[in-house]
Write a protein that binds this ligand. Structure first.
Ligand SMILES: Cc1cc2nc3c(=O)[nH]c(=O)nc-3n(C[C@H](O)[C@H](O)[C@H](O)COP(=O)(O)OP(=O)(O)OC[C@H]3O[C@@H](n4cnc5c(N)ncnc54)[C@H](O)[C@@H]3O)c2cc1C
Ligand code: SF4
Ligand code: SF4
Ligand code: SF4
Length: 366
């Protein structure tokens, strides 16, 4: 069997419109020094830059989150055999937690748990820092390295003056390209925060031994139902349809629906997922994992009360870290009765199934 290469990615991924533009292939191409492939246009898949220098090694094809070549191996490693019948992946228990640090709680997306865990790992010198994402504007974040508490707080949801930027923006994508950041911190012990597609790419890299994935100590995975892509006219339509001004959005939470907090009125707007389908990044329709099944620990808002984060420890490493931060009171756990926990699991399972069904129907119609 011949090795599949970037040419096959073009055919099987780009031409079908399902490239997630994660930058995995461009960043970890075996012949990267020759700049074989790269992004030439914003919000478009990568292209050949110097096709003649391609080594035809297949690495880009294997680590692309849309080829699913390594699913069986990863499922074995992460302890489940059949993703379709087990939408939540491997886990033993599920928790609702909150940071005990008032800053992380104040600036956190939900309970400030992710940043608290990263900060603990930095302070205990378990990692040198983490690849996270700083807020650029409503819906938009840019990948960054956080080496201390100040960096983590800076990256949180602080309001920015973005009205002038909005005038210049042609296309506005909420997806954060975190994977290419790894190339800058090769010799640091890192945590990485990422969406399911990003964590999947990292697990593929670790499975294939692609450097620098060996420096990633822990993968902190966020739940993700979809990301958004707006062009200028869509921003205007969104503002009109939902009676919000982009520049006034101060906070976004994603739970059973999209929750926008609006300044200065202090209004809270709930937008059901089925009303925002037109703004979803097309590649997200081809993605089936909601709860980040290959992460060490997964985090989301769904299932928890306001200012709490839903936490699913998965791997041995993830479980050990979670119980350590709980034991050291870095985070606290909301004690839930058995029926409450069951309801939480049912709700998350419902969203997982719904995302899987969306993927099946989208792929059928390609
Ligand atoms: C694009 C996206 C979609 C999501 N969709 C859902 C959903 O459908 N349902 C749901 O329940 N939860 C969803 N979440 C997760 C949820 O919004 C919270 O991130 C999660 O509950 C953790 O909250 P926290 O307060 O504990 O995290 P915090 O303590 O606030 O820490 C969050 C950390 O994640 C980093 N970060 C944020 N976005 C990114 C990114 N894109 N890439 C890398 N790092 C990032 C921040 O810089 C910060 O360090 C989504 C998150 C994102 C980013
Ligand atoms: S050299 Fe390997 S990784 Fe790079 S484009 Fe060619 S096949 Fe892909
Ligand atoms: S690795 Fe990422 S950027 Fe490259 S083809 Fe696959 S989805 Fe697109
Ligand atoms: S929906 Fe899937 S493809 Fe889209 S950002 Fe989330 S994990 Fe990635």
């Amino acid at each position: 069997m011949s090795i599949k290469t970037f040419q096959d990615l073009i055919k099987e991924v780009h031409e079908k419109g399902i490239c997630q533009e994660c930058g995995g292939c461009t960043s970890f191409c075996s012949a990267a020094f020759e700049k074989v492939i790269g992004f030439k246009k914003p919000n478009s898949p990568p292209e050949y830059v110097n096709k003649d220098a391609c080594l035809e090694c297949g690495i880009c094809y294997y680590l692309c989150p849309q080829t699913h070549i390594l699913d069986d191996e990863l499922n074995k490693t992460y302890k489940f055999t059949d993703f379709k019948s087990m939408p939540l992946g491997h886990f033993e228990d599920i928790f609702s937690c909150q940071s005990t640090d008032s800053d992380f709680l104040k600036y956190g997306t939900d309970g400030g748990v992710v940043n608290s865990i990263i900060n603990y790992m930095i302070e205990k010198k378990l990692i040198d820092g983490a690849i996270v994402a700083k807020v650029q504007g409503p819906f938009s974040r840019e990948a960054m390295f956080a080496g201390d508490k100040m960096d983590l707080i800076k990256g949180s949801g602080i309001k920015l003056e973005i009205s002038t930027q909005l005038d210049e923006i042609q296309n506005f994508c909420t997806y954060t390209r975190s994977i290419p950041q790894l190339n800058h911190y090769k010799f640091k012990k890192l945590a990485i925060v990422g969406t399911p597609c990003q964590i999947y790419t990292i697990r593929c890299m670790q499975n294939l031994g692609v450097t620098p994935s060996e420096y990633i100590e822990i993968c902190l995975g966020l739940f993700c139902y979809h990301n958004f892509l707006f062009d200028k006219s869509q921003i205007k339509r969104f503002e009109k349809d939902f009676d919000v001004k982009f520049e006034n959005i101060t906070k976004i939470n994603i739970k059973e629906d999209l929750i926008l907090k609006i300044d200065p009125e202090g209004r809270v707007v709930h937008i059901p997922f089925d009303k925002i389908v037109d703004y979803v990044r097309p590649a997200c329709f081809s993605c089936a994992d909601f709860t980040n099944i290959y992460s060490d620990i997964s985090f989301g808002g769904l299932g928890s009360p306001d200012k709490y984060t839903t936490v699913i420890p998965r791997t041995e490493k993830g479980k050990k870290l979670f119980h350590k931060v709980l034991g050291e009171k870095i985070i606290k756990n909301l004690v839930l009765k058995a029926p409450e926990k069951e309801n939480m699991k049912e709700l998350i399972t419902k969203f997982s199934h719904s995302k899987m069904e969306r993927e099946v129907s989208f792929m059928k119609n390609l």
